[in-house]
Design a protein around this ligand. Structure first.
Ligand SMILES: NC(=O)c1ccc[n+]([C@@H]2O[C@H](COP(=O)([O-])OP(=O)(O)OC[C@H]3O[C@@H](n4cnc5c(N)ncnc54)[C@H](OP(=O)(O)O)[C@@H]3O)[C@@H](O)[C@H]2O)c1
Length: 426
């Protein structure tokens, strides 16, 4: 059979690891794909940067800086998009599909935002749009959800979908947020601009891709509650420990009789929960459905090498012509806020160290019928600050109900710092 000719767009963390893996596993790739995979084009932004391209990587390895040149090269069978971003990749993917090429990408942002257009185009052009590496890096969760489990409804998905945030939350056991983020960047797990990760948006993009398989349609990101970890402090982690709770950034999808609850937020989960011990940059996805009970898929959720494994698996599927199945269009479901299900919440407020303050906090909470189950106020050991943290556990309430109560805090209390509130998913 003829060689499968690919163009690598991007030779960063993931692109470099893909080139290394293709070079070091040539025989196995040939056996799995039934044809040789050759890299004829490599596209980067800066040609002057030194590159570690393996000498034994098969193919012409022609370097360039214009992705569209590769996209419109009739000799190329597949475009492997490993650049990132939304708008440019949208054009490259669209034009690749239009010119009859297969597309492999690790880019969740472009698919979460422009997925419907791109998946429909792939379907129309009878081309594969492969994206396993875009969700949970090394974990083949999309394959399992599309082909490994029955097509019927999964009742619940509960997932740690961002390796960078999971790493940072682990680090907060010993470090400040700034140190934890720096450690993640030094370990190659966080980008120079980590906004998409720490605001929960990257997890939301992945949840949208998982939901597309389960629901059969793309949910717009602005319909979701999306909260990040940027205000989490080591104090929150240690309070959790004292209550036998672990803090995780989770994506939730839950069907009920009225619709589908979907969102991303930091949650405390019991220390004995199946995802509580998912450490470092690992991702894990818990699926619950009637036919199989529950199932956990876990593995490395970030990093060049783990991601490259899934990209190469997709390249081999594309080379075999084993196109990723596009789920049939499902009936649009009503998207509900997972915060509406009553749950205990944890609160941390920085309050002035003066008599009567706690009564004012309790009064604001009572105004929305939020009951306090436990309250802890640290002693003020600082000679500089006139404020102390107060940590509160509430009785079960809806998240918006608690937010309304926090809105009742008088200005004096709100001005010191915004309160941190975290749901407890039992
Ligand atoms: N890193 C991970 O752990 C991970 C995990 C899962 C998915 N992903 C996804 O994989 C993709 C790549 O991530 P990465 O971490 O490998 O990114 P990266 O290290 O920043 O690499 C990006 C590459 O794209 C090239 N590039 C940027 N703009 C370009 C342009 N306009 N034209 C041509 N080339 C351009 C860069 O060129 P230069 O080298 O010249 O700068 C670089 O080689 C992203 O979509 C990301 O979300 C990453």
């Amino acid at each position: 059979m003829e060689d499968f000719r690919i163009a690598l767009l991007g030779l960063g963390n993931v692109g470099t690891a893909v080139a290394e893996l293709l070079a070091s596993t040539q025989d196995a790739c040939l056996a799995r794909a039934g044809r040789r995979v050759v890299v004829d084009r490599i596209v980067v932004r800066d040609l002057t940067r030194p590159r570690a391209i393996p000498e034994n990587l098969p193919g012409k390895k022609q370097m360039g800086t214009d992705p569209l040149e590769a996209v419109h090269d009739p000799e190329i069978d597949a475009i492997v998009e490993l650049v990132g971003g939304e708008n440019h990749p949208r054009t490259w993917i669209r034009e690749s599909l239009e010119s009859g090429k297969e597309v492999i990408t690790a880019n969740k942002a472009v698919l979460a935002v422009h997925g419907e257009e791109l998946f429909n185009l792939a379907h129309e052009k009878q081309r594969g749009l492969y994206y396993e590496a875009s969700v949970a890096a090394a974990v083949p969760v999309l394959q399992v959800m599309q082909q490994g489990i029955p097509a019927g409804p999964v009742d619940r998905l509960f997932g740690i979908l961002n390796g960078t945030c999971n790493f940072i939350l682990d680090q907060l056991e010993m470090h400040s947020f700034e140190e934890a983020l720096k450690n993640a960047q030094e370990a190659g797990l966080a980008e120079a601009d980590p906004t998409l990760d720490i605001t929960g948006m990257d997890s939301a993009h992945k949840l949208i891709l998982l939901a597309r398989i389960l629901l059969g349609h793309t949910v717009p990101v602005d319909e979701l509650r999306v909260e990040g970890i940027e205000n989490i402090d080591p104090l929150d982690i240690s309070f959790g420990w004292s209550q036998d709770l672990k803090l995780k950034l989770v994506g939730i999808l839950e069907r009920n009789g009225r619709g589908t609850c979907m969102g991303v937020m930091p949650c405390f989960i019991p220390a004995q929960h199946r995802l509580a011990n998912v450490r470092n940059e690992d991702n894990a996805i818990l699926l619950e459905a009637d036919p199989f009970g529950s199932l956990v898929l876990q593995g490395k959720g970030a990093g060049g090498k783990p991601t490259a494994g899934s990209v190469v698996a997709d390249i081999l599927r594309a080379a075999r012509g084993d196109s990723s199945s596009t789920p049939p269009a499902g009936k649009e479901t009503v998207i509900l806020d997972p915060g509406m299900r009553p749950a205990r919440h944890y609160l941390r407020l920085e309050v002035p160290d003066r008599p009567g303050v706690l009564a004012r906090v309790a009064g604001a909470l009572a105004s929305e019928e939020v009951g306090i189950a436990a309250l802890e106020q640290s002693e003020n050991l600082s000679e500089v600050h006139d404020s102390v943290p107060v940590q509160i556990l509430t009785h079960p309430v809806q998240t918006p109900q608690l937010d309304r109560a926090l809105g009742q805090l008088d200005e004096d209390l709100r001005n010191i710092s915004s309160p941190v509130r975290i749901r407890i998913e039992e």
